[in-house]
Design a protein around this ligand. Structure first.
Ligand SMILES: Cc1cc2nc3c(=O)[nH]c(=O)nc-3n(C[C@H](O)[C@H](O)[C@H](O)COP(=O)(O)OP(=O)(O)OC[C@H]3O[C@@H](n4cnc5c(N)ncnc54)[C@H](O)[C@@H]3O)c2cc1C
Length: 346
């Protein structure tokens, strides 16, 4: 089989001419040595933030590994998981793996932002074992990955309409069996303007009209309805907290409402057809009297006709438990009920 001993990437595209700008500048904010993927993407990121950058390349841009690579954008690291865990510990490896996933998003974003015509696609990848040691290594890795890591709550933030920065929230009481919690908001600037919402006295029945207030389209929805310049900047970012921070700073945290009717009530679960999406959980579900009958909790991915909420009967004991906690923890409520209250009475 004839082997073409040439560089595929350099042979299949016309390389744009690079103009040498003459003398190097006297001073520069950042000088980067090496014009491969790392150097050029760092230079691009810095230049976009207004930093002056010089890239010093001994050969031509991409001359090193970057123009010889196979073009695969993969998950994980070069070394097998057991080796990495032995060397750096489980927690560090978990972070490394998460970072490896973020790098894929980063490559995708650069390709999209810079309009790079390279047929980038997420098509999965297959790792095959060729000898016994590979099989053994994969089995060991799979067992370690399955064992997983211990989840740890790092921080909880709430974004309130009209507040330019998020406020910290702390879980106060958690439901043992439902996806429900009462949270404490300590920031008085966020809490003081809010009005408590009335909770429904009677159980709800199928057929009743419902309204859900909150963020039914999630952060993506808020980005979608933001002005074009903001949309262009945030639409393809996968960092949801970063996007929410920017929306808050621009006073673009804007809840909205969806409407429907209660299709079924099963125990403490309400099923209704007021649509919501990822990010819509926590919003209050109202009946036609303006009373809260439940908290929006879940939707079924791929099915837009039904949403699941947790009834106010399941919320009551959590609120009571929260009220019975010591004095310093009493300034509490479910944060998103308060957000909705603010918007009901603007
Ligand atoms: C054959 C091959 C296949 C690969 N396949 C894949 C793959 O499919 N997927 C993947 O994710 N990774 C792959 N890799 C790895 C990946 O290509 C590299 O990790 C990546 O390109 C490194 O980028 P870099 O910018 O750090 O280094 P480089 O691209 O090597 O850039 C370094 C640059 O620095 C310049 N330089 C060095 N010293 C000096 C100096 N003193 N002064 C000025 N300039 C200097 C060099 O000329 C070079 O241009 C592959 C690597 C190889 C070699």
């Amino acid at each position: 089989m004839p082997i073409l001993e040439k560089n595929y990437w350099l042979e299949t595209v016309t390389t744009p001419p690079v103009q040498f700008r003459g003398d190097l500048p006297e001073t520069i904010d950042v000088a980067i040595v090496g014009g491969g993927f790392c150097g050029l993407s760092a230079a691009l990121a810095l230049a976009k933030r207004g930093v002056s950058v010089a890239v010093l390349e001994a050969e031509t841009f991409g001359w090193g590994a970057s123009s010889r690579n196979g073009g695969m954008v993969l998950t994980g690291m070069k070394l097998p998981v057991p080796t990495l865990i032995k060397r750096y510990g489980r927690e560090a490896v978990r972070k490394m793996y998460a970072a490896s996933l973020e790098t894929i998003d980063c490559v995708e974003q650069i390709v999209r932002d810079e309009n790079i015509n390279c047929n980038f696609s997420r098509c999965g990848h297959l790792e095959v074992a060729c000898k016994q040691s590979h099989f053994d290594g994969y089995a060991e890795s799979a067992a370690l990955i399955q064992k997983g890591a211990t989840p740890r709550l790092e921080k909880l933030l709430a974004f309130f309409p009209g507040l330019l920065t998020p406020v910290k929230i702390t879980p106060v009481t958690l439901s043992a069996h439902g996806d429900l919690a009462v949270l404490s908001v300590e920031d008085s600037q966020a809490v003081n303007p809010l009005q408590p919402l009335p909770l429904a006295d009677n159980p709800s029945n199928p057929g009743e009209l419902v309204a859900v207030i909150g963020y039914p389209m999630g952060i993506l929805g808020m980005v979608a309805k933001s002005p074009t310049a903001v949309y262009d900047r945030l639409a393809f970012r996968r960092d949801e907290v970063g996007a929410a921070n920017e929306l808050a700073a621009l006073s673009l945290i804007r809840p909205s409402a969806t409407y429907g009717h209660l299709g079924d009530v099963v125990g403490d679960k309400l099923i209704y057809d007021a649509p919501t999406a990822h990010g819509g959980s926590g919003g209050p579900v109202f009946n036609s009297l303006g009373q809260v009958i439940g908290i929006n909790a879940a939707y079924i991915d791929g099915f837009s006709g039904g949403t699941i909420g947790i009834s106010v009967e399941a919320l009551q004991p959590l609120l009571e438990a929260a009220q019975n906690l010591p004095e310093q923890k009493k300034n509490m409520t479910t944060s998103r009920i308060q957000v909705a209250a603010q918007n009901l009475k603007p």
